[in-house]
Design a protein around this ligand. Structure first.
Ligand SMILES: [Zn+2]
Length: 163
């Protein structure tokens, strides 16, 4: 098997696209440093080119090499990612509430987990939408299917029934 050369920038971009919080490396031995699953993960590269890391860092290298995706979990700290996540969600979805469809002022925006955290829902953007605090609270505990129903009904109401 030929060993695929791992490009630092491509690996960092991949980590970021999976939801990791990529940070600057702090020594020449560090190949990558990022937050994922609530902890700082460091991938080292030895002089002979071999990589070493913790279990999760090695998993990341393997997934990157295979070209598969890997969930980065909660990158924390909570308050640090809030604004960053919110900006990413606004860029993806616009600034309308997922449930009622009304445009939200920034201070009313909350980040809603479609699959609730206590049901194992990840902190990845795939599982996150923006909603009013009020709408978030009233729908927050509902099963995903009900949340989607609320969302779809709101879309139909907004656009009017098809002719
Ligand atoms: Zn709302």
């Amino acid at each position: 098997m030929t060993k695929k050369e791992i490009n630092r920038k491509e690996f960092s971009d991949w980590l970021r696209s999976m939801g990791a919080d990529v940070q600057a490396t702090t020594s020449p031995y560090e190949f990558a440093r990022f937050r994922a699953h609530g902890a700082v993960q460091i991938v080292y590269r030895r002089q002979n080119g071999a990589f070493s890391s913790g279990e999760f860092g090695m998993e990341c290298l393997a997934a990157f090499t295979r070209g598969t995706s890997l969930a980065m979990g909660f990158t924390g700290p909570r308050h640090g990612v809030g604004a960053h996540l919110r900006a990413a969600l606004v860029e993806r979805d616009g600034d309308a509430c997922f449930f009622c469809g009304m445009i939200m002022p920034r201070e009313d925006m909350t980040i809603e987990h479609l699959v609730a955290k206590n049901k194992g829902g990840p902190d990845h953007t795939d599982n996150l939408v923006l909603a009013h605090e009020k709408c978030n609270q009233s729908a927050g505990a509902a099963p995903l299917i009900d949340k989607i129903r609320i969302h779809v009904q709101m879309q139909i109401k907004k656009q009017g029934s098809p002719a």
